[in-house]
Design a binder for this molecule. Sequence first.
Ligand SMILES: Cc1ncc(COP(=O)(O)O)c(C=O)c1O
Length: 486
Amino acid sequence: MSIATLHGHPAPSSHRRAGGASPPAPPARDRVRALRPAPTEPGACPSAPPHGSDAVLPPVVSAGLTVPTVGGAFVDYANLDHAASTPALVVVRQAVDAALQTYSSVHRGKGYASQVTSRWYEQAREEVGRFVGARAEDEVVFTRNTTDSLNLLARSLPRDTTVYVFESEHHAALLPWNARRTVRLPVPGSARDAVLLLRSALASSRGRNRLVVLSGASNVTGELWPVAELAAVARDGGARVVLDAAQLAPHRRVDLDALGVDYVALSGHKLYAPFGAGALVGRSDWLDAAAPYLAGGGATRAVTERATHWQTGPARHEAGSPNVIGAVALAAACAALAAHREAVEAHEQALEASLSAGLAAIDGVETYSIFGPGHERLPVAVFTVEGVDPSLLSAVLSAEHGIGVRDGRFCAHLLVDALLDDPYAAEPGAAVRVSLGLGTTPEHVVRLLAAVASVASSGPEWEYELGGNGWEPVADPRDLAAARPW
Ligand SMILES: Cc1ncc(COP(=O)(O)O)c(C=O)c1O
């Protein structure tokens, strides 16, 4: 196996790594206890951090899910697609259950449950802010996801803002900006290269308002970007920084202040809280000066026949009834991840080490890297197997082994083109990505490696045909029409 760097040269093998008058009133939380369902497990309070020690991993609700294979067996589902979406944490489901019990109108409702719900919504905002190290003057706007957060920021930029973005970004971070005022930087070949590219781009252009878009970790390779270093370069160049933390936040601590960034965007569904909420956290001045992202109720202070007076603060951009349940879910996930940070990192580092070493040992497997061998990465790998279409490989992993991965171009076409770099290819290149997390066990990785090795050496065991959705098992015996959950 070899590692292809950006320029397609296999790395030397020595560097291989895939790399109340009476008694005092009880605290507010206790006073609403009567409204909550009896918790089935510890940690059911929507606004309370989960119980448990840092040494213990927070469990996911999908643990123990079995899926059919074409061979007729049922196997423990190996979800190796965390970079796309993560399973919910058990504490997230508990928080959602508890919040549903009192769920009612938010903000303007005078009923007791409405007031509790409104309070939880605002507490969720504080929890998310804490999770990313928000400063006192930062605001937390609830959105739908990272794409929504970055589009909100794009619409809030002062008109003359120049945006600097690497072509390696996920399309959600590459595309929302005014194309005429965007400077695209090429995919860097190393971390040092990234710093030089940004410094030179900032030095060779002028502008009163500038914004540098960075991602914390690549959604394709899982490699960590040198965010603090790049943010310092941006600051020297008079630019603000927005951090796309969609991939980083589920795995590593993100701290706005420590990293020196101005905004951070993230998605709940990638953070073990798949209930439709995300967030944009950061400086309020541009957001308060911008037109509301959505016009409607909740975003206004007063409406007269002649004028509309808009709110400032998060409400300005959160018109319409808010996704309280999503916000509670996101907050519960943030609290759990913060409380179990060391255990999460230790678990994932061990998984990453066996994944990268295992892939490196398989003949015919090529893994890809932006920054070069040995660069720090999340438990993610992107690879191809010589002579095997990535779509076929992912179909085989699912059908024969009960393993879920992703193949394709990962909404980062320019990066995938740069990584695969095959000028003679008839079609745009594609690869397979495996991405691990709290739903992954060591056995899942062992099974993946054995399956990839088997396909690499002997091909699939079942017969497959190419259809509209890529490769599919011929006469697939699995019952894919599972009963509806509603
Ligand atoms: C790095 C990165 N940024 C942004 C996004 C977009 O996230 P969402 O689809 O939750 O808006 C993704 C999704 O994969 C991503 O990986």
